[in-house]
Ligand binder design. Sequence first.
Ligand code: BES
Ligand code: MN
Ligand code: ZN
Length: 460
Amino acid sequence: MSAEFATASDTTLPLHVLSEDALEKWRAEQDASVQAWVEASGFTGGLGQALVVPGAEGKPVVALAGYGNDAARRRGRFHLAGAAARLPKGDYKIESGLPEDQSATEALGWLLAGYRFERYRDQIPMAAKLVAPEGIDAAHIAAVAQGEMLTRDLINTPASDMGPPDLEAAARKLAEQHGAKIDVTTGDALLENNLPMIHTVGRAADRAPRLIDMRWGDAGPKLTLVGKGVCFDTGGLNLKPGASMGLMKKDMGGAAAVLGLAHMIMATGLAVQLRVLIPAVENSVSGNAFRPGDILTSRKGLTVEINNTDAEGRLVLADALALADEDAPDQIISMATLTGAARVAVGPDLAPYYSDESAFVSALETAANSAADPVWRMPFHDAYEALIEPGIADLDNAPKGGFAGSITAALFLRRFVTESKYAHFDIYGWQPSDAPARPKGGAGQGTRALLAALPKLLDL
Ligand code: BES
Ligand code: MN
Ligand code: ZN
């Protein structure tokens, strides 16, 4: 799926962005026929409204997009995307009414509104194309949109076509596109290479577990992204009930997000040494599945008591994080659909994240705002460390009682990073219902905020 702007031509229609407040003044400046058309159409400048105005020959000569009011805009993001989706076929150039500091975000929203998931069925394409507004970096915005679309495609693809081998193929394709190096450790080789927990979680599935290791860039600070690639999460022997399992094709949402972010980083040529690690497994059920009560020894040497086979994400991530940490990169960031508790705490619109660094937090929060990619800080609360210590092993993968489920999962992961700065995102990875520029389905979270924060974070 491509994300492209239109090039201006003599058929390009001028588009006026009109808030409810601004409509009256604009209308008063128009010819009587235009005034009458706008009036009769019921266009009020409401957020998401769209209108084309015909000239003397009946052909459209100007288009309007409603920009609503402050209160309406505060409730959402991508304020032009709703109108853009309603405009008829044609190319449009924003002529007035869009605040300059919003044009990059709104241009991105327009591109993202054009996303369609077409693997299994043709969809009706978006009719209206945007000419890139002046003063924005169109190539940068297109790269961001493409990264997000990659994330969406990967998540939307069901486990039947997005198992560990398919996730590997997607990573290989991305690596090839950008001249990145990629190395994959599969099946029993995981044991030989001391990645035992990735093997244990994935061994019950027919499609072998693997660790995908991609590297790109040879100068600049070292950034390592780690994404949870559980291609389907049945829960394992602690099987999920049907209602909880239904959406678990999205349990590789962290992997999809870091691959999307990697695309953004590579396509925009950020001067970093990027490494992407993805433990790709299916958490499946079979005679050789790992069991509740089993005690695993991780790559790092820490032992882990399995108290729920459904807390598998932290196990595969732990080995990947330990590997990442051996390199002592400047920053490690993990992204994972790790806990139901995160979804309960903040819902699908916010990306909850953990960091102990105030510099990370301030860079990320500023960037999140400008990138229309909201995040919410959660605490690595030291007082809960005791909750992940079972007594019989070093760590418990599923503390009883379920207090602070997202926090205890984050604390578990933090145990495996000792040499690098570390941040972790416990994302949902799914948009539950259609919103402007964000159709129902797979969704990147935190990636655009991170991309915008990286220059500051890494001193680029
Ligand atoms: N993949 C799930 C978490 C999840 C569930 C994310 C629903 C988004 C929506 C994860 O592997 C899981 O099952 N976690 C358990 C952990 C518990 C057993 C300690 C959870 O959150 O219930
Ligand atoms: Mn699970
Ligand atoms: Zn899971």
